[in-house]
Design a protein around this ligand. Structure first.
Ligand code: SME
Length: 166
């Protein structure tokens, strides 16, 4: 496994995703521990883009429970009916929130968080088993580029889950 990420010197997120995604695939190759891989994945995303907060919430006991993350401390448990993460879990779709103050039920783990994207991670049976939450301290910071790029990262996680289930 490579010890450092090699990232292009650009602010063009499309180019950064193009560089980062294959490196994340290599990073998790040969490691079977899911938590270790999730920890490195959030570190890679945060290093690549400098987002305010990047982390997974894992489905456990009918709640979403904080998993590997990078950034300030965060709320540990989220009900399926609460917040952007709960909405992503329940609707089973990517949710982009340009201004968190305008999202009914948004859970403010930090007042510095201004916009957010949350993506569901599916088991091979099509159930949501965790969500990836990325927060920015800038308003309206997430676009289709992020949804597409982060979805590619999620596909890597889904392959890990599928392989672990075999
Ligand atoms: N804002 C999220 C909660 C998680 S923190 O942002 C890390 C939500 O509304 O679900």
């Amino acid at each position: 496994m490579a010890e450092t990420l090699s990232l292009p010197t650009t602010t063009d997120r499309r180019l950064i995703y193009e560089s980062l995604i294959p490196q994340i695939a290599v990073l998790v190759e040969g490691e079977t521990d899911l938590i270790a891989n999730l920890a490195n994945i959030v570190a890679a995303i945060r290093e690549g883009f400098g987002f305010f907060w990047v982390g997974f919430y894992l489905k456990k006991d009918n709640q979403l429970v904080l998993g590997p993350f990078q950034g300030p401390i965060a709320c540990t448990r989220i009900n399926f009916t609460m917040g952007v993460c709960g909405a992503c879990y329940s609707r089973q779709e990517i949710i982009v929130v340009p201004d968190v103050e305008l999202f009914p039920g948004h859970i403010a783990c930090s007042s510095a968080s201004k916009s957010e994207i949350v993506l569901p991670v599916f088991t091979p049976r099509g159930e949501v088993t965790m969500v990836l939450d990325v927060d920015s301290d800038q308003l309206n910071d997430f676009s289709e580029t992020d949804a597409g790029g982060l979805r590619e990262v999620i596909k890597i996680v889904e392959r890990l889950i599928a392989n672990a289930a075999v």
